[in-house]
Design a protein around this ligand. Structure first.
Ligand code: GRF
Length: 202
């Protein structure tokens, strides 16, 4: 099967990136990470990429006049590297129209809660504070909203009585590492059909 060219956008430690790389290297994912781009020069994700011979590129948002110019530079970099699918992995910025228009239905995100519950930057903490009995993670296509796009896959796990943000986040992360690659593999197999706000798996 032809390998899907991935461009990963990450702002931090990059454990989801690592899981994707590991699954590719284990032959479980028909994809190739073409480039990793970060808005943070010290993001550990960049180092992980370079360790595996993948270009790790820092694009400084501060050097552009605004979001559109910044995203144009990102799109240029993605296109130069033959990226077909953009994977957000701990990318801490709301995606704007330039990126969205260039990669419509070809942009995925992972969120550490069962959307539409607990969107935003503190999904695990918000779930613990609310007192829900179950939480999990969600892979979805990205639209203009914050964590609002069509849902591809979710994993559910119980919230334990004594969980705090960190213990819950650690258990959720293990599931993230599985379902993100599964969602990418479904894309690679052309099995994801977006119908309005729903994704049909064929
Ligand atoms: C993950 O919890 C992901 O769900 C969220 O940001 C975190 C990124 O972690 N979007 P990592 O950088 O992949 O380790």
């Amino acid at each position: 099967m032809a390998k899907v060219g991935l461009g990963v956008l990450a702002s931090g430690r990059g454990s989801n990136l690592q899981a994707i790389i590991d699954n590719i290297e284990a032959g479980k994912l028909d994809a190739q990470v073409k480039v990793v781009i970060s808005d943070k020069p010290t993001a550990y994700a960049l180092e992980r990429a370079r360790t595996h011979g993948i270009p790790g590129i820092y694009v400084n948002p501060g050097q552009f006049s605004g979001k559109e110019e910044y995203e144009k530079a990102i799109v240029e970099c993605l296109q130069e590297n033959q990226v077909e699918l953009v994977v957000l992995a701990g990318y801490m910025r709301l995606v704007g129209k330039v990126l969205l228009n260039s990669y419509s239905n070809r942009l995925m995100n992972i969120h550490p809660a069962l959307l539409p519950s607990f969107p935003g930057a503190h999904g695990q903490r918000d779930a613990v504070e609310y007192g829900v009995r179950f939480s999990g993670c969600t892979v979805h296509f990205v639209d203009e909203g914050m964590d609002t796009g069509p849902i591809i896959l979710q994993a559910v796990l119980p919230v334990l009585q004594d969980d705090d943000e960190d213990t819950l986040a650690a258990r959720i992360l293990q599931e993230e590492h599985k379902i993100y690659s599964q969602a990418i593999q479904l894309y690679a197999e052309e099995r994801l059909k977006v119908e309005g706000r729903k994704v049909r798996i064929v």
